[in-house]
Write a protein that binds this ligand. Sequence first.
Ligand code: G4P
Length: 566
Amino acid sequence: MILTDFQVFEPANASPKPAVVAFRLDGRAAPRQAAPLTPRRTTMTDEYLNRRTFAIISHPDAGKTTLTEKLLLMSGAIRLAGEVKARGDRRRARSDWLAIEQKRGISVTSSAMTFEHEGCVFNLLDTPGHEDFSEDTYRTLTAVDSAIMVIDAAKGIETQTRKLFEVCRLRDIPIITFINKIDREGRDPFDLIDEIADQLALDVCPKVWPLGAGGQFQGCYDLDHDRLLLEDGADSGHFGKVVELSGPDDARLDEILGDAAEQARETMALAREGYAPFDLKAFAHGALTPIYFGSALKEFSVAEVLRDIAQYSPPPRGQKAGEVEVLPADPSVSGFVFKVQANMDPNHRDRIAFVRLCSGVFKRGMKLTVTRTGKTLAVNNPIFFMAQDRQRAEEAVAGDIIGIPNHGALGVGDTLSEKSGLRYSGLPDFAPEIIRRVRLNDPMKSKQMKRAMTALAEEGASQVFTPALGADFYVGVVGTLQLDVIEARMLAEYGVAAALEPCGYEAVRWLAGDAAKVSAFVAGNQGSIAHDRYGSPVYLARSQWDAGYAAEKNPDIKFLKTRERV
Ligand code: G4P
């Protein structure tokens, strides 16, 4: 992994001491005026330095949606609590396949949201929380520079948190940890941070400490700035007041916390001294995580997290393209597609490629080359995804996410650039472990079925294979839930009723190596050969064992479980 060194970013209008915002976020009582989003208007090549492109990773129910909403409220990007959810509900109401999401209480789509705060532009990428969508999530995480890991204070690290964390670790992504729901009865704070340190092998550095929990919860203490974060009124339960102290020994701590002050001092001293001091380099390399105890629902520590993403999380870093590393300051525009989403708006049958820009200053109307096809694309209608709306993107810089509407010209993993031949690495296809034959209820619909399957594969959620023999069509996925989504979407969006049924294969391997030997193997094993949508040959195996056996018997050929997009 290559990281460019960076300096702590000071927003242009930052006060000498980082501002802590004390206001209610729930929109019920005099919230902060929603700040209008300043239109993007830069030609400066170092504008990327104020971009923070990040994701929130968590196990379902830990509070990712609530935290997202509070971050958007704080930035003024939305005005009322409940809008993120409401937006989700509207989306769900419009689309059948999203009904699956609703029914199972999960989020199966990823999306991007851009908002500004204190002179910093945040690009928040949503990651699906369900394990079946790990491949999609994996790709989304290749497009971020940092992540917030949300942990439920009552539960600690859960399975999906750990999986997502492992993906972040592969790229050494810096992680800010938000331990949520401290307004409820939870586990001991030291237990929780020790668990993070031990299980994730990370150095930990508490930044905001909880004062009591559940019924005894009194607020939080910002350890770096000696500020008490308190409820805005007796029994309101909501954050709303900041009291600046000279330090934990300040007598006002006793006035405010009463008998609990002494114990708070003791635990805070342990929290400060018992763990690693904050080290920006270690954080930037993913070796240390700052920890914020808070409550997304009650808005405790949300401002501190937002402040510190701006302050500490790195701006866009260099991205690897084969042997070269493309720096964000490189004047030549480039980016890669990490997601394709079709029918976001069923009224328009649109298909949008989400592109993470990696270098240069992009301008609307620019012509970029798609490396895979060699074709040039005039990007006339690029989109920014704001919290609630889409906005035409006139200019964008490294770290920004732009949506490019297209009719199949762009697939997941594609590189777009002004320079020809550039190809970003790190967006692999994973060999699916669930392979199904597509059985049509109406055989006359086979053309539509192929169109639907190819379009779905281009989104990256599934893969399609055509066997060398016969007229079948196979679909490969990583998790079973995707099968339901595919069936539902084929019907809803393409009018094709189809069943996905077992076909006897359980493993797929891409074939690579000496071309003549691969061709000979393909010719001699036609019954077990299929081609992916790029025409590359794959070996279909009846079991994992069978795949291993074939590889052992043919040492000159590589049987690959992952393949970088060509
Ligand atoms: P997710 O996106 O990670 O799946 O979690 P989400 O934000 O939807 O939160 C899951 C549940 O946890 C929600 O309750 C939410 O209100 C609650 N929650 C989130 N943050 C906090 C917090 O800081 N404190 C407390 N006490 N609860 C929190 P729900 O009952 O499932 O949904 P809802 O009806 O409240 O929306």
